[in-house]
Write a new protein. Structure first.
Ligand SMILES: Cc1ncc(COP(=O)(O)O)c(C=O)c1O
Length: 405
């Protein structure tokens, strides 16, 4: 059925709802879910041309699928990049990026405050294949500069804000440094999502997403993506996903595609509640420290406000006191176990508020030394604020905090 082409210059909220492949001949209003592993070809010649990539057209589900394409087009439109490519998970997206960009002998500079699995992927798995990674301070640009190995450093990789301490790095400064060294800058944008922050506007080359987080936003599916220029997405990462198979399933793509439609309003509401909770925690006598970029006390508050559209995000981390690591852990466990509404889980970005003890869960597989270097103590908790009433979230926290020794 004939469809109108969207005009240029539409706002991001509109792109989040409207960008997709045109509807099928049936004219479905909500984007269709193409739950199929393969695609029928009209004749052998057509099949040959499509497999040789000289003609566009779907062939086999590992390579692509129309529902996945709609998700990729919508996410790219929201990030303001030329293209995007889906992956089975956020970690799958990072793996795809590295398989595409790196070879034995290459060097990566990575923030040491990244998500625990990212640190393990670079520090342990890629090291087996001769790719070395230097882990540096998220916020000290001098350390990034000092780590560069001329002619060998290919990639800078940062996450901002970081999981779980919400440290914010200066994307523009890192991009300049990376480009001067002949390297690319990739930014993991999970914590902000394109609703708040678009790293390529500050010079980043690639954006990594775990669609499992805010993009789905309702804790339903695993998904991932890389956003960036077509020459990398189509020519470099496309062949990797086709041969290595970290493909995004059409069902998951469809769920996240629909999740993107409400991303903007969810983020607004969750950020507002997170700021209120952060202020409330900061005033509580049993809380030693609150890590939240929206607070004036955050060391990179001004930078975060510039990069994140004036929002702090929806993740608040906080420390409770303890004379020893064991005492701090007991206090954190007491607060977590006092929750009656908030879920004890390891995900974030859900409409349901989640509390996590990073030292024994998301960052539990790091060594004590790595955790110490990353600033993750036993008294630290991460609260991913959802859409429940703010009074109920605070009451849950208060129950545990008020009864600490
Ligand atoms: C910042 C960040 N990046 C990447 C990932 C990995 O995403 P996934 O769980 O979809 O593989 C996570 C997961 O928690 C994360 O928090």
């Amino acid at each position: 059925m004939p469809t109108k082409k969207l005009p240029s210059g539409l706002h991001r909220d509109t792109l989040a709802v409207r960008t997709a492949l045109p509807p099928s001949q049936h004219g479905e209003h909500s984007e269709a879910l193409f739950l199929t592993s393969g695609f029928v070809q009209s004749d052998a010649e057509t099949a040959a041309r499509r497999f040789a990539s000289v003609e566009e057209g779907y062939t086999y589900g590992r390579t692509s699928n129309p529902t996945v394409t709609s998700f990729e087009q919508r996410l790219a439109a929201m990030e303001g990049t030329e293209a995007a490519i889906g992956a089975s998970t956020g970690m799958g997206a990072i793996l795809m990026m590295c398989l595409g960009l790196l070879k034995a002998g290459d060097h990566v500079v990575c923030s040491r405050s990244m998500f625990g699995s990212t640190i393990n992927l670079f520090g342990r798995e890629f090291a087996k294949f001769g790719v070395e990674t230097s882990f540096v301070s998220q916020t000290d640009i001098a350390q990034w500069r000092a780590a560069i190995r001329p002619g060998v450093t290919r990639l800078f990789f940062a996450e901002t804000p970081t999981n779980p301490l919400t440290e914010v790095c200066d994307i523009r400064a890192l991009a300049e440094l990376a480009h001067n060294a002949g390297a690319l800058l990739a930014v993991d944008n999970c914590f902000c999502s394109p609703a708040l922050q678009r790293p390529t506007e500050f010079g980043a080359d690639l954006v990594i997403h775990s669609g499992t987080k805010y993009l789905d936003g309702q804790g339903r599916v695993m998904a991932g993506a890389i956003c960036g220029p077509s020459k990398l997405i189509v020519d470099v990462f496309g062949p990797v996903v086709r041969t290595a198979g970290m493909t995004l399933s059409p069902f998951n793509a469809w769920v996240v595609l629909k999740g993107l439609e409400t991303l903007g309003i969810r983020m607004q509401a969750q950020c507002a509640s997170a700021l209120a909770v952060a202020r409330w925690l900061e005033a509580h006598p049993k809380v030693a420290r609150v890590h939240y970029p929206g607070l004036e006390s955050h060391p990179q508050h001004a930078l975060a406000m510039r990069q994140q559209g004036g929002q702090g995000g929806a993740v608040v981390s906080f420390d409770v006191r303890g004379d020893t690591p064991e005492a701090a852990r007991a206090s954190a466990f007491h607060v977590i176990d006092s929750m009656l509404v908030v879920s004890i889980a390891t995900n974030l970005g859900d409409t349901k508020t989640i509390i996590t003890h990073p030292a024994t869960t998301s960052h539990g597989r790091l060594s004590e030394a790595q955790r110490k270097e990353a600033g993750i103590g036993q008294g630290l908790m991460r609260l991913a604020v959802g859409l429940e009433h703010i009074g109920d979230i605070q009451a849950d926290l208060q129950r545990g905090l008020d009864t600490l020794p």
